[in-house]
Design a protein around this ligand. Sequence first.
Ligand code: FAD
Length: 406
Amino acid sequence: EPGLVIIGAGHAGGAAAAFLRQYGWKGGITLLGEEPGLPYQRPPLSKAWLKGEATAESLLLRPARFYAQYAIETRLGTTAVAIDRAAQVVRLGDGTALPYARLILATGAAPRRLGLAGEAFANVLTLRHAADADALARVLGPGRRLAIIGAGYIGLEVAASARALGGAAVVIEREARVLARVAGLALSGFLAAQHRARGVEILTGAGVEAIEGRDGLATGLLLQDGRRLGCDAVLVGVGAAPNEAMALAAGLDAGGGVAVDLAARTSDPLIYAIGDCTRRPLPLYGREVRLESVPNAIEQAKQAAADICGRPPPLPEVPWFWSDQYELRLQMAGLAFDPAEAVLRGDPDSASFAVFHLDAAQRVLAVEAVNAPADFMAGRVMVAKQMQVAPAALRDPAQSLKDLCA
Ligand code: FAD
């Protein structure tokens, strides 16, 4: 009899399979994955793994025996090509069809490309999968210069790893500052300075006109202002687009992410969607957002599994994210929509500080912390409670933030 089918054996899909068993789903579970291996963690791909500090084994979400023990059938190296909602089957790349009682879409996102001349050269890379990280690792090292297009988290993390491996890195960013889309001014400024102090070149307000090369390999970039930069390889790190073509073709409400509610339900009652491929409500801010983070993948996996098993949904959460660059641990909670004020706690020169973003009513919207885990934890509670906090209290090093939250 048809069971539950999960398309995408990534972080969200792997987590959903585990939560379903934990919450008591007795039917079959089939986890379909295009990649050859079991679900693994992507964050180390730009960090520890790239620097050669992690084993393939340590990246796995769960060991192989877990799937056998909990009767989760994994079909790896298998691509789903279409959803036939009328027949309640998933059509696979090998021409067969897999029936489902319930379906979870966990297809993730794919790196955006720029459409530049020269982007097809063999050493112009993107980073999403373990195989991409292997290819990237091969072009890093002493005497190698990597040009990174895009100063987002992945671009900056790779720049830090390239330096750690003894190579050179130049980051080209169209916006006026690094992390323009996801970080406040103070954090952007701090990080740019940290990278420059460690020898990373950062060019902001700079557009790439073309990737130049010969014999099938990129040798440099031509910038829109006419400057030329030589390099041994290029990483395009300009964000990712949701893998939602199958959902759109099946007539689900999608576009800018598969639309879901707080129980991860799509517009078809038998179909759920979770992780980077979705667009979801965020009640705390009264908005719909597409979040791309491990905590969100896990949260939505929980939402779907709870609903499928007839449990109440988990309580609305505060979105959070982390990044590691050099010895800097960044932790962010909340999203700074319409901030009125940014309050600095601690001293950036000491490389341990936090920035609190407040709205016009002095409610804490978001916190960004660098090597300040206690401030991050307190800030996360403040965001959850939508607490009003006086800026002077946040700034005062003698004021315990934990006490303020109590
Ligand atoms: P994915 O993990 O991408 O999984 C989707 C899977 O579905 C893929 O394996 C894909 O091959 C498969 N798939 C797609 N279509 C099909 C199909 N038709 N048939 C079969 N299979 C299919 N987040 C953080 O919170 N902190 C970090 O520090 C951080 N660092 C990151 C660093 C890197 C280099 C990258 C790439 C991401 C990072 N992220 C980080 C983001 C985080 O990894 C993602 O948010 C998370 O992996 C999303 O999980 P997902 O299951 O939605 O997507």
